[in-house]
Design a protein around this ligand. Structure first.
Ligand SMILES: Cc1cc2nc3c(=O)[nH]c(=O)nc-3n(C[C@H](O)[C@H](O)[C@H](O)COP(=O)(O)OP(=O)(O)OC[C@H]3O[C@@H](n4cnc5c(N)ncnc54)[C@H](O)[C@@H]3O)c2cc1C
Length: 414
């Protein structure tokens, strides 16, 4: 079989997959409807989250569920009219979050996350993108002593189980470390290992340039035109049809659109999120996350980026206004913010699976077709790692991570 591949989707996941394929001698064409790295992989918090050794579970304690249900708090929001359609997937998400199942899932999650810095570093170095990356971690801020105590307990537990280290800062130590904060806090946990990126879309753009330098092509096209052709795959592009022996669906939150037309019913759902940049004088030593309010504040190239938590809604439903407005209010009370940079907040959608693991592997009914999506809260972190894993499988190599937990076949109906 010729070593050729179509990679559908030019987000962090697709671009990294394509680069790893090109590195292995594949003739690669990346198909993107716009520019690489301009959707979910643009609008995130830009954290390469080495500390994220566990995925976000569905809450089980009654207090949290009630708080979310009545709309108190800002970390989770939902669009009531979309809930009936999303509920079956959320129920499965809840089911997978029971401790006995969740523990096994978290082990498979950690198996990917542990490689994230090394795999990004390889691409950052090759792309000459070091100027976009800060390597001094981020801080989780706690407003109340009770939440801080819980956070400390979890951090110690994480250190014991996975060796991920953090520094505990009490209120006074935090005030010294981040004097720009306008509001006193109970304390903070400084995760030192993660990195942050000042322009996430630009990093994907640099990785895309790396792909082209390695001989890959990037063409405008609509992934929905994918069809079987002469024993391989064909897609229509602005420059005419392109054929290849293999094809990878790496369309992030849009992945189900193409998978569905080929007969696959994969339970992808989204957690939407918003961001907006604000002018500010600077002064944060690291990005900060207000844990109890569910917002992240990250110094970026365009200003201070304020990102929201999760919104449960249809991917394409109109934007809500409340969560971003509240997030802005909270951020303004914490930091000296000026005017908003954009006229409207940005909105994106984290591509999620009910068992919190991405889908990486061969499609069971179509030889040469691969799935690679569903990275939820950490696709920016994981793209280079799972891109390598996917490319190794497509190339017939022994994968560097056991791919079994991420296999699409787990969703195959009997
Ligand atoms: C508010 C927020 C904060 C986040 N913060 C972080 C973080 O700090 N760290 C982290 O690791 N992750 C974070 N994430 C998650 C992360 O952004 C995603 O998991 C990741 O970007 C998904 O990448 P992707 O390549 O799968 O999808 P995308 O980046 O969405 O890429 C999919 C691509 O497919 C293209 N496409 C779609 N349809 C078609 C079509 N028909 N034809 C051709 N092309 C098409 C799109 O244009 C797009 O470029 C955050 C997400 C949000 C929303």
């Amino acid at each position: 079989m010729t070593k050729s591949a179509l990679v559908l989707g030019g987000g962090m996941v697709g671009v990294c997959t394509a680069w790893h394929l090109a590195q292995r001698g594949f003739d690669v064409t990346l198909i993107e409807r716009g520019e690489p790295g301009r959707e979910t992989s643009y609008g995130n918090a830009g954290l390469i989250q080495r500390e994220a050794v566990e995925p976000y579970e569905f809450p089980h304690d009654l207090g949290t569920l009630l708080r979310v249900a009545v709309g108190i708090g800002n970390d989770v929001a939902w669009r009531a009219r979309d809930l009936p359609a999303i509920a079956p997937r959320l129920l499965r998400y809840w089911w997978h979050s029971f401790p006995s199942r969740y523990r096994a899932i978290a082990r498979s999650y950690e198996a990917m996350i542990r490689h994230c810095l090394d795999e990004h570093q390889r691409m950052i170095a090759a792309a000459g993108a070091d100027n976009l990356v800060a390597r001094n971690g981020w801080k989780a801020l706690y407003r109340t002593g009770r939440a801080f105590e819980v956070g400390i307990g979890e951090a110690r537990d994480r250190a014991q189980r996975t060796g991920i280290l953090s520094e505990i800062l009490d209120g006074a130590a935090l005030a010294r470390a981040e004097p720009v904060l306008l509001h006193p806090m109970a304390g903070a946990i400084h995760w030192r290992d993660p990195w942050s990126v000042s322009d996430p879309g630009e990093l994907v753009g640099r990785y895309a340039a790396l792909l082209e330098a390695a001989g890959g092509r990037i063409l405008r096209g609509d992934a929905r035109s994918l069809t079987r052709h002469a024993g391989g795959w064909r897609v229509e592009t602005a420059q005419g049809p392109v054929d290849a022996a293999q094809a990878v669906i790496a369309l992030g939150p849009w992945s189900d659109m193409v998978a569905r037309t080929l007969g696959y019913r994969l339970p992808l759902f989204v957690k939407r999120g918003y961001h907006r940049h604000f002018a500010w004088p600077g002064g944060l030593a690291t990005p900060v996350l207000d844990t109890e309010m569910g917002i992240a504040m990250i110094p970026m190239a365009r200003g201070l980026r304020v990102t929201t938590g999760a919104e449960f809604a249809h991917r394409d439903a109109p934007s809500g206004t409340r969560q971003m407005a509240r997030s802005e209010q909270i951020a303004r009370a914490l930091l000296p913010l000026g005017a908003a940079v954009e006229a409207q907040p940005w909105r994106g959608a984290r591509p999620c699976m009910p068992d919190m693991l991405p889908v990486i592997g061969p499609a069971w009914d179509h030889p040469g077709l691969w799935f690679h999506f569903g990275h939820a809260h950490q696709g920016f972190t994981l793209g280079p790692t799972t891109g390598r894993l996917c490319a190794e499988m497509m190339n017939g190599e022994t994968p560097f991570i056991d791919p079994a937990p991420y296999s699409p076949a787990r969703f195959r109906r009997a």
